[in-house]
Write a protein that binds this ligand. Sequence first.
Ligand SMILES: *Cc1c(COP(=O)(O)O)cnc(C)c1O
Length: 401
Amino acid sequence: MTKQNNPLFDPKNRSAETSLVHGGIERSQFNETSEPIYMTSGYTYPESAYAEKLFKGEIVGHNYSRFSNPTVDVLQKRMALLEGAEDARALATGMAAVTCAVQSQVRAGDHIVASRALFGGCRFVVEDFMPRWGVSSTLVDGRDPENFLKAMRPNTKLIFIETPTNPTLELVDIEAVAKIAHAGGAKLIVDNVFATALYQSPLKLGADLVTYSATKHIDGQGRALGGLILGSKELITGDVHTFIRQTGPSISPFNAWVMLKGLETLPLRVRQMTENATRIADFLGDHPKVNRVIYPHHKSHPQYELAKRQMKAGSTLVAFEVKGGQEAAFKLADSLAVILISNNLGDAKSIITHPRTTTHQRLTEEVRLESGITPGMLRISVGLENADDLIADLGYGLDQI
Ligand SMILES: *Cc1c(COP(=O)(O)O)cnc(C)c1O
């Protein structure tokens, strides 16, 4: 057969764009073009002996959608192809993914080291929840890998990082931190939402597990919540699968299907959003009413060298600090006509956030300032609108200050 001899028959020989359109698909007897939605909680068996074998794991098949569903399977396979991971699990939300990834790897008496600049929910899990279950944690300034080394203890089982961080877009050197983790007998989890799988590959840099909020760039159109955990077959089918199976943070087959449709256009959208973000970073960087712009691939980024080495592109988020503090920041945001005031990110619609009064309101002013979240700081998640319109919108806003 010629088709089977074609090198492109093997998904490993396909580019990301191709895998994101076709990867993991299993057509039903109707040979539909689009991925079918198997909106079912359970499955039936032709006979009792078949069920017995299935539950023993002697035959492969689905037995309950809390941990196994054909539509969710396609999403997992497609995402694993993109990430270059051996296996993946999809979950109900990004926070479900982070919580499962962390909890599946630790037990009472263990210790976690994490970078202090984290998405609010992630920080809460590490800083507040974990100690309640007897797992202590230390938060460090993630910009210098030495800080992770200094925080390691004999019982450190996990390092958890996010890079670039929210909202100040600081970077953590994944390769250096992976080495520190492994030398100390710990595993490394990287929350890769901001960079996306297209621009940063933590597993190749030594991470053991990667997590995503699929709510962000993967859906990217503000429709559904979702999350993913990716890693080696051993970790995913072992601790991670067991944790999901027994605690149930599962994604609905319908939402998994929405994410699959999102994956088909992910490269197109993220590339355009990144191009827009680059132009906005350049515009803000040169503006007299802006103190500083923060964008990983902008020359002014304090970790520009690392950004170039670790990320293929600067991705879709831009942070900046306006002169005049919170009053000026509010005035700017309130006079925008296209960019929306919201706190989501990775969306087709551009969004502006004032972290101090929203996403990072819970932190004390001291902790906020330590992480660079000043009163005049704003974060933009750059969308798919025309870049000239976005720049004109921001220009108008800056003129109002
Ligand atoms: C949004 C986000 C999460 C949480 O994802 P949800 O889908 O909202 O639960 C975790 N980490 C990062 C970096 C995020 O941006």
